[in-house]
Design a protein around this ligand. Sequence first.
Ligand SMILES: Cc1cc2nc3c(=O)[nH]c(=O)nc-3n(C[C@H](O)[C@H](O)[C@H](O)COP(=O)(O)OP(=O)(O)OC[C@H]3O[C@@H](n4cnc5c(N)ncnc54)[C@H](O)[C@@H]3O)c2cc1C
Length: 392
Amino acid sequence: MIKYDIAIIGGGIMGASAAYFLARSGQAGTICVVEPDPTYEHATTPQGAGGVRQQFSVAENIEMSRFSLDFYKRLYDEMSDIPDLPDLNFREQGYLFVVTQDGEETLRRNQALQSSLGVQANLMEYDEVRRKFPSIQRDDIVLGCHTPDDGWIDPNAGLWCFRRAAEHLGVTFTKARVTGIEAGETKVQKVQLDNGEEVAASYFINTAGPWVAQLAEMTGGNLPVKPMCRVQHFWKCAHEIEPLPLVKDESGMFFRPEGDGFAGGRPSFDIEPGFVDDIYSGFFANYFEDTIWPMMAALVPKFEELKLQRSWFGHYAQNMLDGNMIIGKYSPNHDNIITACGFSGHGIMHAPAVGRALSELALTGGYQSIDLTRMEIARVHNNSPLPEIGIK
Ligand SMILES: Cc1cc2nc3c(=O)[nH]c(=O)nc-3n(C[C@H](O)[C@H](O)[C@H](O)COP(=O)(O)OP(=O)(O)OC[C@H]3O[C@@H](n4cnc5c(N)ncnc54)[C@H](O)[C@@H]3O)c2cc1C
């Protein structure tokens, strides 16, 4: 059995980011990340759209986005001592939220909050949206909010930047799955692995994404986080389209330019939570043709003529209470295990801020940068949801 100071369960972008910030601090001692799959075939991270935006209604989400956006923009400076980093492919092409009359008041309120927190968020009447982005044509839109500093990254590259940097700084990535957790009355002591080995540590971080609740159960924790299948599509359009930001509407439908085509989709909340292994039969069988394409073409008429190239899927870790993250302690009797989970579609954009917050919790027991107390498990116990209002 090997003993570390800190063991992280799950090495997706969240676990890798936490490992990076811990290692970078120089105060964390020995760190191990237990991750069964270095190809990340089933992990959520590589399936994400990589969008990084500051348009939120919950102040903590805005603050996390501001730190993370800036971090991604200066990642190669921050990690200048790390060799062989992949290309993050950051595209500073902005975000555009568009709403109908029903969403107008909320969009204005959110924009005011974002501006007060230092975000460049520009409201645009529909005429202005049309002038700036002529391909967007849907007459029930009354207002847009454009955040030109936002953009998107390659999420797999983001994960591997954190992982390579963490490894370079001395973190051990162990290729194994945690199958059991051994705990005393107040402390978690060690985790059992599917290769028969054990890892002991003084402190544990559970960042197992959509699997997080299974691991929480092992110490009596009850996290209301379930896997929710999300399908994405890549298509090519027959017509030239001006450079567009990532565009999202009130239905949750979004798309953005990707290479010589477009990537996008829309979360469906009509499906039961749970892992899905096939999108070519059942609920998602004709999802693009029947649901996504007509909605896209209604917003961008040029999308009437497109060719679907590929569809793929991943699983949100969905917090069933309010769709926002849960961070901090969660195990009823154990004070040396924490989590960050339930990111729905926000985990890539918040990974730098959350990795830093996890590192602060592990090293000091509190938040030193952004106060994330409102995002802790207490709101679940008190049944006090903290949802995003407006476009999620
Ligand atoms: C289609 C889609 C689009 C998205 N678009 C965006 C977007 O535009 N912007 C954005 O910010 N976010 C987006 N997201 C969300 C984002 O991808 C996730 O929030 C983020 O990747 C979560 O990272 P994670 O590290 O928590 O989870 P994961 O990447 O799932 O990592 C969890 C890891 O835990 C490991 N694990 C599981 N069980 C065990 C175990 N027993 N022992 C050890 N390890 C274990 C897994 O192998 C996995 O590697 C999108 C998600 C999807 C599905």
